[in-house]
Ligand binder design. Structure first.
Ligand SMILES: C=Cc1c2[nH]c(c1C)Cc1[nH]c(c(CCC(=O)O)c1C)Cc1[nH]c(c(C)c1CCC(=O)O)Cc1[nH]c(c(C)c1C=C)C2
Length: 734
């Protein structure tokens, strides 16, 4: 039986726009294919090439989805984890943690997978969550042309945001560009892809690219806005222009009709929705933008490794670079370097970079690029320089700053990409100090935790209360910790990279010029991450489609690829590609790991109208709201004058400050929340209540018995919460 999905993807230049995303299957190629079947083959064994986060994630999902599987991980170096690498270094009064690579994870989008790992690997107790209200979430800066400019944020107020928008050169022309984008004609349909720079300068204006967007692209891809692909990096906007005339039109449509996603994505979202979260972790994640771990993201690697070793069916082969992978009569043969003998596996998941994969999958006698299994995907090298200074608060409060491409050379001769204020992501001894907490009653904190509530005693959501929060730096008085990011596309043409001392000198020089820091760092670490970020340059999607076709025709679904070179360069994206590839193996779906590239099957998610979350709350038919859940919270939560959240005086629910109400209203598009003043011990409105408030008499006097009956029946049927005109949320509160 032929199954969906293993058809070859059309990579030829499209003629009419309608053909753009169509896949072509070539029936002839399918004839004679022996598709694997789980009933007839020996127990499932899978080799994973590469022990970075993608490889570890793949092993993790394999052992979860196919419990009887045997997994072998081949890793060339003597350590696993790849670019994720955290080191504790000594300073005068203790130790601090430096991250060489990624340092924080977002729990949204694909990040739901890393958030799930917190729960499944029991890592939430080691996590540090940065609140939405924390400086790290609210203060983001761009360095242009010679000073830091804070990006607009609702928390600073309309006046300040507008002032900045109309006076700072970094925004010059952008507000008007966004307004006029609506009226800008769509691109010529024959254009199959273009750079992000070309796309956005056509739609919004060149300044928006050079002064803003290029900075954001530095922060994610360390890449060049004029080379990265608009179609691959901004697929929704790229399609919106073609189909709706523009990016703003697309945003409006998403608001009114719902966000557009691929069918595959919708399935993923549905599956994620079904997940059973620990209520406290859920509450924590909702209020946070990013999280990290007390021992850095290395903690995630260690957690995965511990879990996999404990499983007993996963073998780690470190210091074992792979020499070749070859399709065999049954399965696929993998030979490690220096080994005479190959091992046979039913499937191989390659978590290697494309160039590395080409080396191990190449035909022994062919050197030509045409013989490459996957096309070359360029990548950039990033140098991260971690610095620790004794003096605290050497930077303004916030995430850090990005340096856009238009920053004049004399203000950035080192060609830095940005600076991360690591201090903002982890509690300091000051935050640990009881005296500075908003709530100090540990008994209350303990009780609240037991009831699945999160209480913010400061900027870091406190998952493991009443215990002290986690912190990365174990020092008496914390100084300032920062990371200077250098390299990326700026270094692509450089004949050689700076060495450690040169890197340190470059980083210090950046900080002296931009932040006036002249002090010598007490500790530092220079890390060169060679070819660490793949560049999705113009034509990326087409290259991936070609790779899919070649992989399919040469390996018939036995060799599948995952990693950061296909549809997202972050840790979360790596986990997602691992998840997808394992699912397709589990389900026996034919594929290569690239079968979703350029899919044209889009659907719209249901639009979330203002306050819809509230409407979705089902009425509790048992007439008892219980001790947990949203119904309970709506019933028993009370306002408090202090900002943030606090334990409820009632012993159930919690208290919330005016900032929480404001955020809730903003998020749900509400004008106000109206709460009744009286708590009814019975918990629900009853006919008695109508009588008590004199409604019965008034109604009968003004109208008649029938009208009263009708109203009291309606009241009894009213939900505890209702929306009036989509603007006012009324809560009976009793
Ligand atoms: C270490 C260098 C990295 C640079 N880009 C990435 C890494 C690991 C990958 C990356 N960075 C970000 C994303 C977006 C989504 C996400 O997964 O968080 C990705 C895929 C955003 C980001 N960039 C920086 C930080 C601290 C974050 C995440 C946290 C946040 O948004 O609050 C800083 C940063 N990274 C790089 C540069 C040049 C840079 C400069 C300040 C390159």
């Amino acid at each position: 039986m032929l199954r969906r999905g293993h058809g070859l993807i059309n990579t030829s230049k499209p003629c009419p726009a309608a053909l753009l995303y169509r896949r072509h299957t070539i029936p002839g190629l399918r004839l004679g294919l022996r598709l694997y079947s789980s009933d007839t083959e020996p127990p499932h064994n899978v080799a994973i090439l590469g022990g970075g986060i993608t490889g570890l994630g793949s092993a993790y999902y394999l052992t979860k989805e196919l419990p009887n599987v045997r997994v072998t991980i081949y890793e060339a170096s003597d350590r696993i984890g790849g670019w994720l690498s955290s080191k504790r270094v000594p300073v005068k009064d203790g130790t601090i943690l430096f991250e060489a690579g990624p340092r924080t994870l977002r729990p949204n989008g694909n990040g739901v997978l890393s958030a799930r790992l917190l729960q499944e690997l029991d890592l939430a107790k080691d996590a540090i969550f940065a609140q939405r209200t924390s400086p790290a979430a609210r203060n983001r800066y761009v360095y242009y042309p010679d000073h830091l400019v804070r990006m607009p944020h609702p928390s600073v107020g309309i006046a300040e945001n507008l002032w900045s928008l109309f006076t700072e050169p970094v925004f010059s022309g952008t507000p008007w560009g966004i307004v006029s984008e609506f009226f800008t004609p769509a691109r010529d349909p024959s254009v199959d892809d273009e750079s992000v720079g070309d796309f956005y300068s056509r739609r919004i204006g060149r300044n928006a690219v050079d002064r803003l967007m290029s900075g954001v692209l530095h922060g994610i891809y360390a890449g060049d806005a004029w080379q990265l692909s608009a179609k691959s990096l901004f697929p929704a906007q790229w399609r919106d222009e073609a189909e709706l005339g523009g990016v703003v039109a697309g945003m409006i449509k998403s608001q009114t009709d719902g966000r557009r996603v691929t069918r595959h994505e919708r399935e993923f979202l549905r599956e994620m929705k079904k997940y059973e979260w620990d209520p406290l972790l859920m509450a924590t994640l909702k209020d946070n933008t990013v999280f990290t771990l007390k021992d850095g993201l290395q903690g995630l690697v260690d957690g995965l490794a511990r879990h996999l070793v404990g499983k007993g069916n996963v073998e780690f082969k470190t210091s074992s670079p792979v020499a070749s992978v070859k399709l065999a009569r049954a399965g696929i043969d993998v030979t490690a370097q220096g080994s005479e003998q190959s091992e046979n596996y039913r499937h191989v998941i390659s978590a290697l970079s494309p160039s590395h994969l080409n080396q191990v999958a190449k035909h022994p006698h062919s050197e030509s690029t045409a013989a490459h299994l996957v096309p070359t995907i360029p990548s950039v090298t990033v140098m991260t320089v971690n610095l620790y200074y004794r003096t605290p608060d050497l930077h303004p409060p916030g995430f850090g700053y990005l340096i856009p491409q238009a920053t004049p050379f004399e203000n950035n001769p080192e060609r830095a990409l940005g600076v991360v204020f690591d201090t903002a992501y982890s509690p300091s001894p000051k935050d640990l100090d009881f005296a500075n907490w908003q709530i100090t009653d540990t008994q209350q904190l303990q009780q609240a935790r037991e009831q699945g509530q999160l209480i913010n005693v400061n900027d870091f959501a406190w998952y493991n209360m009443p215990n002290r929060p986690n912190t990365q730096d174990d020092v008496k008085e914390r100084g300032t910790k920062m990371t200077v990011m250098l390299g990326g596309h700026w270094w692509s043409e450089w004949p050689a990279f700076p060495d450690e001392q040169e890197g340190l000198a470059l980083a210090k020089s950046v900080l002296q010029r931009h932040l006036n820091i002249t002090e010598e760092p007490e500790a530092y670490q220079v890390n060169v991450q060679k070819d660490c970020i793949p560049q999705y340059t113009v034509g990326h999607e087409d290259r991936l489609k070609k790779a899919h076709n070649k992989l399919w025709s040469e390996y018939k679904g036995r060799l599948r690829v995952a990693g950061n070179w296909m549809s997202g360069v972050g840790v979360n994206d790596c986990l997602r590609s691992a998840w997808d590839v394992v699912r397709s193996i589990r389900d026996g779906t034919d594929g290569t790991g690239l079968e979703q590239v350029g899919t044209s099957e889009y659907v719209r998610l249901k639009a979330r109208r203002p306050g819809e979350g509230v409407k979705e709350v089902e009425r509790d038919t048992t007439r008892q709201p219980g001790q947990a859940g949203l119904m309970m919270e709506m019933l028993w939560t009370d306002p408090q004058t202090m900002p943030g959240r606090g334990p409820s005086k009632r012993g159930v629910g919690l208290q919330f400050g005016p900032d929480v109400t404001k955020r809730f209203c903003e998020k749900n598009g509400l004008e106000a929340v109206i709460r009744s003043h009286e708590v009814r011990m019975e918990g629900y409105e009853t006919d008695d209540m109508n009588r008590m408030y004199g409604f019965e008499g008034e109604c009968k006097a003004k109208y008649n018995e029938r009208v009263f009956k009708l109203f009291s029946e309606s009241f009894s049927a009213l939900p505890l919460a209702t929306l009036i005109g989509d603007k006012y949320l009324t809560l009976h509160h009793g």
